[in-house]
Design a protein around this ligand. Structure first.
Ligand SMILES: [Fe+2]
Ligand SMILES: [Fe+2]
Length: 170
């Protein structure tokens, strides 16, 4: 039984490291994408929300580097197909809805898909860090998880007010 337990711990260590590389790649991709979304946004509040989250994302990258340090690994990313797809869809929206009144609604939807992906990753990593007894990593991951959830909630609020305004105008 002890051997099985040790083997599964080893597996979880690798999974944790691999997933850390995935989200590290994703955060860097998001860091490069948010300024484009801020530039494209028509609504000032949405623009400001994207700019604020760009600054937070810089912190997210820095925190991940600290987590790599906790497990004695170099911060290296690994291509994340999921974030490539999600940001590609965002780029399509920017292109196809340029000049349309629906552009901001599309940007909000794209941004929420990004936040939900991050929330899923950070939730998983935090659980695994707890499992592995990496207390410092748990704290770092939790800080970012909280900011992703707050961003998602702020985007929901903006989406609801935008929908309300559109309904009033109709
Ligand atoms: Fe993030
Ligand atoms: Fe985020």
């Amino acid at each position: 039984m002890a051997t099985t337990k040790a083997a599964s711990k080893k597996g979880l260590n690798e999974l944790f490291h691999d997933t850390l590389k995935d989200i590290y790649f994703a955060e860097k991709k998001i860091l490069a994408t948010l300024p484009k979304m801020a530039k494209a946004a028509q609504d000032d509040a949405l623009k400001a929300a994207f700019e604020k989250h760009r600054d937070q994302t810089e912190e997210h990258v820095a925190r991940l580097e600290e987590v790599f340090d906790v497990i004695d690994k170099k911060p290296v990313g690994k291509t994340c197909a999921a974030i490539m797809g999600i940001t590609e869809e965002g780029a399509e929206i920017m292109e196809e809805y340029k000049g349309s009144a629906s552009l901001d609604a599309g940007l909000l939807a794209a941004a929420q898909a990004v936040e939900h992906y991050e929330i899923s990753r950070y939730g998983t990593l935090k659980t695994w860090a707890q499992e592995l007894g990496l207390t410092e990593a748990v704290n770092l991951l939790d800080k970012t998880l909280t900011e992703e959830k707050e961003t998602d909630a702020a985007l929901t609020e903006l989406a609801e007010s935008a929908v309300n305004m559109a309904a009033e105008a109709a």
